[in-house]
Design a binder for this molecule. Structure first.
Ligand SMILES: [Zn+2]
Ligand SMILES: [Zn+2]
Length: 359
């Protein structure tokens, strides 16, 4: 903003509104980027002209400029007036909105991310698993290319189209915004820089992975166009539900049925573990249905560690069916033998019933 806004437009100080307008039109036509492809110095001039016009076309700003000069438009320069928003930064925003020349320059086109869904069993989540996944994606062309500036956008990455007085800008279709194109003809990729590729992707599922986890494989997504970076591939892991086991964070819950006599008398039983082994656990005397026993270190693998959670055995006493006559007699005698002071197993429940009726 070193130059005087009036002289930028070829005017002298205090020029009228209509003079400003006419001068701007003339200058804008002369320096418009569409008419000056490949001449960056005219683009700079065009910006200066537009900046000057942005101020001088507005009566309030023009007045402030006439009074205070450039100081009026520097950050905080309007001191105390409470008016903000047309300091240096504000200008370029307005300018970009109107002429769409913001954030210029070619862009790298990164390839798309890919998603790969996989279902595994709880055992596989426990052990971890290596998978060779067949995928079809766009990979970087294996041929060596040399590049040159895009012939459509001249390396700018964008092209402008005129719409009335204003110009619109869009990504260049020839180079997808990269500003470059492949020299000569590549028969493998038809000068796109990418080829369709069927490959086996090695996916390593770590032990302890949970349902809903996703694994990011950096750079395994689709290749970018014209040598751009590849996207990432995300493996979404679904862990199927299991017939015997239920996962609870690092623990594995297992429901086990035991004879009601074992529940009453205590004893030892064998239960299966996730690694398909049997472990022996002790049932204490008077074990109640639904109560849990913990088997240390027999639970799930914990991600990125060598340790395991616990197995929680939920015990259920089974009621015998199809009793023989002698068994029925024995149970009847047992029932008669239960004096009031011995009926500990139902006390809790009847206490609650009594309380409910008395309240
Ligand atoms: Zn281009
Ligand atoms: Zn190629």
């Amino acid at each position: 903003m070193a130059d005087d806004f009036y002289s930028t437009l070829g005017l002298s100080k205090g020029a009228s509104d209509s003079e400003v307008k006419a001068a701007y039109r003339k200058m804008a036509m002369k320096y418009h980027p569409d008419r000056n492809q490949g001449k960056p110095e005219t683009e700079k001039k065009f910006k200066e002209v537009s900046n000057a016009y942005e101020v001088l076309k507005d009566p309030k700003k023009k007045q402030a400029y006439d009074q205070y000069g450039h100081a009026a438009f520097e950050q905080g320069g309007m001191g105390g007036s409470g008016q903000q928003g047309f300091g240096g930064a504000g200008f370029s925003d307005i300018f970009e909105d109107i002429f769409g020349m913001g954030g210029g320059g070619p862009q790298e086109t990164r390839g798309d991310d890919l998603r790969y869904d996989i279902s595994i069993d709880l055992e596989e989540a426990f052990n971890g698993k290596n998978i060779d996944a067949p995928i079809t994606k766009m990979s970087t062309c294996p041929e060596k290319h040399s590049y040159k500036s895009c012939s459509t956008c001249d390396g700018y990455g964008k092209v402008r189209t005129q719409s009335g007085f204003f110009s619109m800008e869009r990504t260049c279709g020839r180079c997808s915004g990269t500003g470059q194109e492949i020299k000569g003809k590549c028969s493998k990729c038809a000068n796109t820089g990418r080829v369709k590729d069927n490959k086996k992707l090695k996916i390593k599922i770590p032990a302890g992975i949970e349902n809903g986890n996703r694994i990011r494989m950096t750079g395994e997504g689709e290749a970018g166009e014209l040598g751009g970076r590849s996207g990432d591939l995300y493996v979404f892991v679904n862990v199927n539900s299991h017939k015997l086991f239920e996962r609870d964070k690092n623990n594995i819950i297992c429901d086990v049925a035991i004879p009601f006599t074992t529940a009453a008398l205590g004893g030892s039983i064998e239960v299966p573990t996730i690694e398909k082994k049997m472990v022996s656990i002790n049932i204490p005397q008077g074990m109640q249905s639904g109560h849990k026993l913990r088997v240390k270190g027999k639970g799930m693998s914990i991600l990125r560690t060598d340790t395991r959670g616990d197995m929680i055995v939920r015990v259920h006493a089974e009621t015998p069916v199809n009793l023989s006559n002698s068994q029925r007699d024995l149970l009847s005698k047992f029932n008669e033998s239960l004096g009031k002071e011995n009926s500990k197993m139902t006390e809790g429940f009847f206490d609650k019933v009594k309380k409910m009726f008395n309240s």
